[in-house]
Design a protein around this ligand. Sequence first.
Ligand SMILES: Cc1ncc(COP(=O)(O)O)c(C=O)c1O
Length: 292
Amino acid sequence: MIMQSVTWLNGQLLPTDQATIPVNDHGLLYGDGVFEGIRFYKRRAFRLQRHLQRLALSARAIALEIPLSSAELTAVIERLIDAFADEDGYIRLIVTRGAGPLGLNPKSCAQPNVIAIADQLTMMAIDKQQAGARLIVSSVRRLPADGLDPRIKSLNYLNHILAKIEANHAGADEAILLNAQGRVAEGTADNIFIVRNGRLLTPPCSEGALEGITRDLVLDLAQSIGIETSEQPLGVYDLYAADECFLTGTGAELIAVASIDCRSLPGCPGPVFQRLQQAFRRTIDQECGGEK
Ligand SMILES: Cc1ncc(COP(=O)(O)O)c(C=O)c1O
């Protein structure tokens, strides 16, 4: 059966509104779990093995054993894509600690729940994307690595949600989180790049950013089309003084930024963004186009 929103839950394919897990799952009670967001184009998952690798490392970092091998997860994703109504879409792959008693001790959770949801995801309406995102720099800081390492893609996004609420209140589209030292880390669900004097700059992940798969790809693409890149710490001033700025992520893909804290940027969409956007689309066509 072909479904508009379809979920694979511990071995069963179901319409998403019929897929349920127990209310005492520690993913719900404590945010105890890990996840990935994966896009597919023309019914092919984009950079799936990279996502599965990051999921495996996130799970290992929180001492969570995923009950399926990477090959089994690949088969799950393929089955899910086949059951989905559209040829392009988004998958949320989640592994929770599973159901257990109310205390937070994960030892008492017998079996992780594995969930994969296929649906559509739009980070920003197309007309807003074309006009460029309006950002604020949030007062909410990214958690420090000695609290929760930003490389772990865990179910715990509360400070990102608080930053998003701040953006909503300010009438902005997205919020940038700084690290504890006041330097730029990333967006609520995306990495950030700026362009200055033709050079593409982004903070190193050690500044408090997720090791974004789209971020890596954009750095590679920039180098392959002759744009100089540098991973270097950035301050808020660097954002304000940028020639161009854009966000990257599986959900976001590439989104040009029009303003930061009401300071308009000169180029939106700027020339470097446009070249990278084209190269990004070409990569998707190369990896997900053609006969299956
Ligand atoms: C906090 C955060 N940063 C960055 C990203 C972008 O990462 P990727 O390009 O791998 O989707 C995400 C994506 O979910 C995210 O949640």
